[in-house]
Design a protein around this ligand. Structure first.
Ligand code: NAD
Ligand code: TYD
Length: 356
């Protein structure tokens, strides 16, 4: 039987962010008998507008707070009877981790350990039926050459401060399972795309820049390869793993959908020319090759056959269809984009890409 039937209250961290907002929406609407507490600090990447459509649902509650504050996290666990935790809160952008690694150590490592401690103390010696689900990334596995694919057995080999901090948090989660018997599960997913993604990441940044005729800063020669997954397919995988995954296991999530950055960017340019009624070839002229990212991983590719075989998950959205939908969403949500691209974002943009 699905565990949600028994789970009365769960904590989702980072629910105001990109993936977290899709996970919160799925759980709040699909499981009305389960109370969902969304804990989020609302950093630059967290935005309550991402959850406007469900904020008044009776089984949803938002709590603003910082997972780095251990006392606050312990108190939250005393105030509630969480049966499960889905932990997504993180600093998530590689470029920011290169310029400010300490934020990544605080939130991704110390924040995760604070949550593990709170769950352990709260659930005590009989944590049966409880679950701490840690959401992680394929970037912990490092970089592939032209061949190969990441499986759950691939050795960790992180290269950026972001991926090193996520790898560290994964190790702590496993250590709490092995040492204290905390019921945990981990998933490592490839690059997500879709609505509500902060426009510092490739897709929303480039859609926005094409729209406003701004240069498209392609790192290096654009030869790096990423494996793209529709964010709602990730949220469905999290739902499945949370309810049916085996305690102590790791599951890789990915869509078998590899794209060289430059090919993906050219495809986006063609689609945007069509949608914006521009002469074919107009948007491609915005492509500007810039200095490569330091330590830039060449290629990610995920083998998700364990998840497909054991839990029956398959991606539901074809990439071309998902990309069209994603572009349409950003084009029709100008107000959302304008709100998140003011203030701090402008300072970040200038530091990262120079004045334009
Ligand atoms: P995001 O940056 O969009 O959202 C992160 C959220 O965490 C924000 O709402 C932010 O306010 C919150 N947060 C940050 N620091 C916090 C703190 N100290 N206390 C409480 N809340 C805090 O990130 P995302 O892209 O949605 O990623 C979510 C998770 O999924 C992360 O753990 C990330 O490593 C993982 N992941 C992301 C991808 C991807 O392609 N985006 C792929 C695989 C895994
Ligand atoms: P990103 O969306 O930052 O995800 P990640 O680094 O976690 O994979 O970047 C995706 C790819 O796009 C990556 O190879 C870096 C590249 N990229 C650019 O070429 N220019 C940019 O301005 C950004 C943000 C990314």
């Amino acid at each position: 039987m699905a565990k949600t039937k028994e789970m009365k209250e769960i904590l989702i961290t980072g629910g105001a962010g990109f993936i977290g907002s899709h996970v919160v929406r799925l759980f709040v609407t699909k499981y009305p008998a389960c109370r969902v507490v969304n804990l989020d600090k609302l950093t630059y990447a967290g935005n309550l507008a991402n959850l406007k459509d469900i904020e008044d649902m009776p089984n949803y509650r938002f709590v603003r707070g910082d997972i780095v504050d251990g006392d606050f996290v312990q108190q939250l666990f005393r105030d509630h009877q969480f049966d499960g935790v889905i932990h997504l809160a993180a600093e998530s952008h590689v470029d920011r981790s290169i310029s400010n690694p300490m934020e990544f150590v605080f939130t991704n490592v110390i924040g995760t350990v604070n949550l593990l401690n709170a769950a352990r103390h709260c659930w005590g010696d009989s944590p049966q039926g409880k679950l701490f689900y840690h959401v992680s990334t394929d970037e912990v596995y490092g970089s592939l050459g032209k061949e190969g694919i990441f499986t759950e057995e691939t050795r960790y080999d992180p290269h950026s401060p972001y991926s090193a901090s996520k790898a560290s948090s994964d190790h702590f989660v496993r250590a709490y399972h092995d040492t204290y018997g905390l019921p945990v599960v981990i998933s490592n997913c490839s690059n997500n795309y879709g609505s509500f993604q902060f426009p510092e990441k490739l897709l929303p940044l480039f859609i926005n820049n094409i729209r406003y005729n701004k240069p498209l800063p392609v790192y290096g020669k654009g030869e790096n390869v990423r494996d793209w997954l529709w964010v709602e397919d990730h949220a469905r995988a999290i739902d499945l793993i949370f309810h049916r995954g085996r305690v102590g296991e790791t599951y890789n999530i990915g869509g078998h959908n590899e794209w060289r950055n430059i090919d993906l960017i050219r495809l986006m340019c063609r689609i945007m020319d069509r949608k914006l009624d521009r002469t074919p070839g107009t948007s491609e002229k915005l492509i500007t090759f810039v200095k490569d990212r330091a330590g830039h991983d060449l290629r990610y590719a995920i083998d998700s056959s364990k998840l497909q075989r054991d839990l029956g998950w398959t991606p539901s959205v074809q990439f071309e269809e998902g990309l069209e939908k994603t572009i349409d969403w950003y084009l029709s949500h100008e107000e959302w984009l304008n709100n998140v691209t003011s203030g701090d974002y402008l300072r970040y943009y200038e530091e990262q890409y120079g004045k334009r």
